[in-house]
Design a protein. Sequence first.
Length: 112
Amino acid sequence: MPGKEKADILQDFGTFAIMGEKKCPHCGKWSDWNQNLTDTCQHCGNTLGGADLEFQEKRASQVKANEEQWVFYIKETDSEFVKGVKKAGNFFYTIYISIITFIAWLIAALPG
């Protein structure tokens, strides 16, 4: 392609690469799809994500629940003293895990 810069070619390819079609899990017809699970079907209006979208939403809620169950999770309602104690707890927990990891690596590296 004479006259086109490398950046123009890559930009054209990038635009081409993200477009596609996906079969709607609800109505079974093909719709334009931009690799986004929240894209909607042109025919029925439902999301094209289907089970993948449900899994992503379920996983996001599980991650949030796990973060909130962590003993050193800092809530907005915590007092300044409690926030400080939890920050110190996070710091010392990180140091503890680092030491344990180093010892495990040392045990694994010494025999070889």
